[in-house]
Design a protein around this ligand. Structure first.
Ligand code: TGC
Ligand code: FAD
Length: 396
């Protein structure tokens, strides 16, 4: 008897029948973003990665044209779509490159969200419409050189001088920093942490691009230096005080990442499945060896489980029931599984796996940043640990 052969192998998504869990609008968003990424990102991204140069302004305008920037926000030129649709868009963007998803996450979930949630009406009408079209780019400055996981220790100081505020300090690792028109900067004041909208043309503001990265090379990452930056009262975000302000913005971006990382993993896995079909080793395709199939099966299960978790959390968010510690569950699991998938796929491509001819090493390297930013995996483990024990393990 001949061994049974499938004529049309299932993709990981088909095997989990993910489409049956999506509505027509979600499928349409997914298809539109996938097409944009296939046409405008995938053919060029290896070159952007190699040169460490991203045409961020052009891309932001292209993304703005199809309504991707701040797509889950209501009004002010934003598309007002569901959280789940936004998550699926992040997944498709990150199938192109994590740096591309970062550009969109930081613009929509961090900078625009902060202005939308905590800004004055004047601030919203000034910035949000042009950020939605990509005409203006935003960044979000929370991390400092000596305070990443522990932003409570931030040293950037905003002091009152007459009716003005004067800001001094340094922010580090800031995505979109050198291309931004407006920086949302979080600073310590006599009244706790406050958020400031800093037009990047303000005297005393400098952004220095970090060019030595081995990860997220198709992304602009910068140091922001604020040296006597003088701002009027109208630059303060009036509707938030305390560290809870910036931390609540992180929930939004972490939500996009818990979908997004799976896009990088999917791209690795589908590339690898195709590669193993074509690559003949000894006397048959690499895909036909049991050792290969064990790896592919485990990765398919991990990717599908991550997708089910993301969709569940998306539904909770759309019902306004998603809690921050549940976002941590998703970010921790899906980024950790995605980087494991990328590394495992790399083994199956052998030497080809280390080149930019294939997307795998690029995704794997990018996911190192994704594992660290928006809360390291250890920070999310401790958030979950606190949720299940009631004890905070952050401080000594
Ligand atoms: P803690 O005392 O726990 O909290 C201070 C206040 O904040 C509230 N809070 C939150 N509110 C909303 N959402 C959350 N996720 C919140 N987490 C805490 C909390 O209730 C409290 O409020 P109140 O009213 O009682 O004052 O703060 P802590 O100093 O002990 O720190 C807790 C910890 C470690 C979890 C937090 O600091 C943390 O999440 N650290 C990680 C920092 C981080 O993720 N940074 C990301 C920077 S942005 C970025 O990386 C962009 S990457 C580019 C991209 O996204 O693509
Ligand atoms: P640290 O906080 O120094 O952590 C070092 C190690 O210590 C980690 O393993 C961590 O898990 C561990 N650790 C921390 N606390 C504890 C504890 N209590 N117990 C045990 N171990 C602990 N930030 C922004 O504000 N805006 C941005 O746009 C932005 N973009 C970024 C883009 C890139 C490419 C990167 C890499 C980072 C970006 N960041 C941004 C910064 C990012 O959020 C921080 O890197 C991250 O929060 C971790 O901070 P850290 O790098 O200072 O590491």
């Amino acid at each position: 008897m001949k061994p049974q052969q499938n004529s049309a192998p299932d993709s990981p998504d088909q095997l989990f029948d993910i489409d049956s869990l999506l509505n027509d609008e979600e499928k349409a968003v997914r298809a539109a973003v996938r097409q944009l990424v296939d046409e405008r990102v995938k053919p060029y991204v290896a070159d952007w990665y190699q040169t460490g140069h991203l045409p961020a302004r052009d891309l932001a305008k292209q993304f703005g044209e199809i309504g991707l920037l701040g797509m889950h926000l209501e009004g002010y030129g934003c598309a007002g779509m569901s959280a789940t649709a936004y998550g699926l868009a992040c997944l498709e963007l990150e199938a192109g490159d994590s740096g591309i998803r970062s550009l969109v996450s930081v613009q929509g979930s961090l900078a625009m969200h902060a202005i939308h949630a905590y800004g004055s009406e004047d601030q919203r009408t000034e910035w949000l419409p042009k950020m939605a079209t990509g005409e203006a780019i935003g960044c979000f400055g929370l991390t400092e050189p000596d305070h990443g996981s522990d932003p409570a220790g931030m040293r950037t100081l905003a002091k009152r001088e007459g009716d003005d505020w004067v800001l001094n300090g340094t922010k580090m690792w800031i995505t979109n920093g050198s291309v931004a028109d407006v920086a949302v900067v979080w600073a310590r004041t006599d009244d706790g942490v406050r958020g400031f909208l800093v037009p990047t043309s303000t005297f005393g503001f400098t952004a220095n691009e970090i060019t030595t990265k081995m990860s997220l090379r198709a992304s602009v990452t910068s140091e922001l230096v604020l040296s006597g930056v003088r701002l009027p009262e109208s630059a303060v975000l009036p509707n938030v005080r305390g560290l809870g302000g910036p931390l609540s913005c992180l929930n939004e971006a972490r939500f996009g990442i818990l979908f997004g990382a799976l896009g990088a993993a999917r791209d690795c896995l589908t590339t690898t499945i195709a590669y193993t079909q074509d690559r003949r080793i000894f006397d048959k395709p690499l895909a036909a060896y049991q050792a290969t199939q064990l790896k592919l099966a485990d990765m398919t299960v991990a990717l599908g489980n991550g997708m089910l978790l993301a969709l569940h959390l998306g539904r909770l968010k759309d019902a306004h029931q998603l809690r921050p510690e549940q976002v941590s569950l998703g970010k921790l699991n899906n980024v950790r599984e995605s980087i494991a998938i990328a590394r495992q796929c790399r083994t199956l491509l052998g030497a080809n796996g280390i080149t930019l001819e294939y997307p795998i090493m690029r995704h794997a390297n990018n996911l190192e940043s994704v594992l660290t930013y928006e809360g390291t995996s250890e920070v999310h483990q401790m958030i979950i640990g606190q949720a299940v024990t009631g004890h905070s393990a952050f401080r000594g």
